[in-house]
Design a protein around this ligand. Structure first.
Ligand code: XMP
Length: 507
């Protein structure tokens, strides 16, 4: 598989460069900026992109790549700070300039290769404080803006390019085409990064491992896809375990069992640990404490399962590429199989190596693989659900009564929103149960009942969220059904605070 390396100099957009390149089916990997020449040789890339970053090249502590990067003869593309590094390295001059943020008109002066097909002028997104004042000998300007006379440059006799703007952000017009020109036309990388190809090579690699594999599945997409890939490779040497902690949504356990066991023929066990989880949650009201109890109980149940059903050599996890990068362990080639010990608080005596088949992938790529593996549409589209389950949707102590209310009311919310054709449009919609009570009149009787909070939010990445303006008639239907169908509920409220300052889950 052909590969492009992206050297990360710390720009908030570095990740996006990889994503954009993968979108036109070339594999791109983000690596630390100081990766050595030997390591680069091991990757055997078709070309290297130097990302942007917050530094200035004339600072003594400025991050610089290994000199071998410039001498490798490989095609190079410097973006923003990477552009300035190229100018500096080849003998040009970078100066501090007026900061330029936002979009500028980029005039194309030479559309021979990097900027071919882009047109005469495009909007390009700038975010820089320095700029190239003098370009190095042997380079030419291929694009400029009003304030940057060397906004795009090219070396005359080698495939080395620098651009001051960010082609990876959506605000840059034709940005993807510029990246594609570099990767496909200049680096001549083959467009062979497909999810079908990924499945084939992951299965081949995993099939070489020895010993049993243990995979905890939650019904979420990441653990499901990890389990299905491993199952293809090792068959019944994979054992999946699903923990029913009593905090699941309506019908969730049955659906997950049916998918794994009946549809996919995976060796699948459910551990019914609801009594233990709910027992340990008794009397606990602090939200953080609840999360901690649930986490500890998972580890306990899991370890017990491993002890009884082992021995296992591997623990499978659905770790994704952004997690790998965030955890700072992305040094070296991301491989399908990475071996290290004891994650997730599991005891040492289990002595498990970790198998992470998705550690090269972004979430949208995992979704595409899920589709190819036949994961039901419903699971692909189901709203996110937190690990500690309904425990974080219940204010105060988690009781069986409140759980039943959260489950039934949550189901009504999902049902009604789906019937209104809005399920796929909202990020998340659910019902939570308050710890207070409110008076109602049922028949001729006053009743002191529970309060249900309905929440629906719109979001792109769960980092921020806005409350969904659901139609009033729909809210009315939801409220009526909840109070009619759940005897102990007297009030239904709708949460109208956004994140921030609220969060999506109430606890
Ligand atoms: P908050 O409540 O922090 O939630 O705004 C953001 C997103 O994360 C989900 N969430 C969790 N997911 N384990 C998870 O796997 C958790 O402990 C957890 N807490 C919140 C939440 O549902 C929302 O989509």
């Amino acid at each position: 598989m052909d590969k492009i390396l992206v050297l990360d100099f710390g720009s908030q957009y570095s990740h996006l460069i990889c994503r954009r390149i993968r979108e036109f089916s070339v594999y791109a990997e983000l690596v630390p900026f100081d990766i050595g020449s030997d390591e680069i040789k091991r990757h055997d890339p078709r070309g290297i992109v130097l990302s942007g970053g917050p530094s200035s090249v004339y600072d003594s502590a400025a991050p610089r790549p290994d000199g071998g990067v410039f001498d490798s003869g490989l095609p190079l593309l410097g973006i923003c700070y990477g552009h300035q590094l190229i100018v500096d390295r080849f003998g040009g001059r970078v100066k501090r300039a007026n900061k330029e943020y936002g979009s500028s008109a980029l005039s194309i002066d030479d559309d021979a290769d990097l900027l071919s097909g882009v047109g005469g002028s495009v909007r390009a997104w700038m975010s820089h404080g320095d700029e190239a004042e003098e370009i190095p000998d042997g380079f030419k300007v291929i694009g400029h803006t009003d304030s940057s006379k060397a906004a795009a440059i090219a070396m005359r006799d080698r495939p080395v390019y620098g651009i001051q703007f960010h082609p990876e952000v959506a605000h840059t017009e034709r940005g993807s085409e510029i990246l594609e020109n570099f990767v496909v036309k200049i680096c001549k990388a083959r467009q062979d990064w497909t999810m079908e190809g990924f499945i084939e090579s992951a299965v081949e690699k995993i099939s070489k491992i020895d010993g049993g594999v243990l995979c905890g599945v939650s019904g979420g997409i990441d653990s499901t896809v990890a389990a299905l890939l491993i199952h293809r490779a090792v068959g019944d040497r994979l054992k999946c375990v699903f923990v029913d902690n009593g905090l699941l949504r309506h019908g969730e356990r049955g659906e997950i069992e049916a998918m794994f066991r009946d549809n996919f023929g995976v060796d699948f066990s459910t551990v019914d640990a609801a009594d233990e989880f709910l027992g340990r949650l008794g009397g606990v009201t602090d939200p953080e404490k609840k999360r901690k109890v649930v986490g500890e109980e998972f580890v306990r149940v899991f370890s017990e399962f491993a002890k009884k059903n082992g021995p296992f050599a591997w623990l499978a996890q659905g770790t994704l590429y952004p997690d790998v990068i965030e955890s700072g362990v992305s040094k070296g080639p991301a491989s399908v199989i990475k071996s290290h010990h004891n994650v997730g608080g599991l005891p040492d005596w289990l002595n498990l190596d970790v198998l992470e088949p998705l550690r090269e992938l972004y979430k949208d790529e995992v979704r595409r693989i899920a589709g190819l593996l036949g994961v039901p549409e419903r699971l692909l589209k189901r709203h996110p659900f937190p690990g500690p389950g309904l425990a974080v949707r219940i204010m105060g102590e988690v009781t069986r009564e409140k759980l039943q209310i959260a489950r039934t009311a949550g189901q009504i919310v999902e049902d009604e929103i789906a019937k209104a054709g809005l399920y796929d449009k909202v990020w998340q919609a659910y019902a939570a149960v308050g710890d207070d009570r409110a008076v109602g009149v049922v028949g001729d009787e006053r009743r002191y009942g529970n309060v249900v909070i309905v929440r629906a939010v719109d979001s792109i990445d769960a980092m921020t969220a806005d409350w969904t303006r659901l139609p009033h008639e729909l809210l009315e239907r939801i409220s009526n059904r909840i109070t009619n169908e759940i005897e102990d509920v007297t009030w239904v409220t709708y949460a109208i605070s956004s994140k921030p300052p609220s969060t999506i889950e109430p606890q």
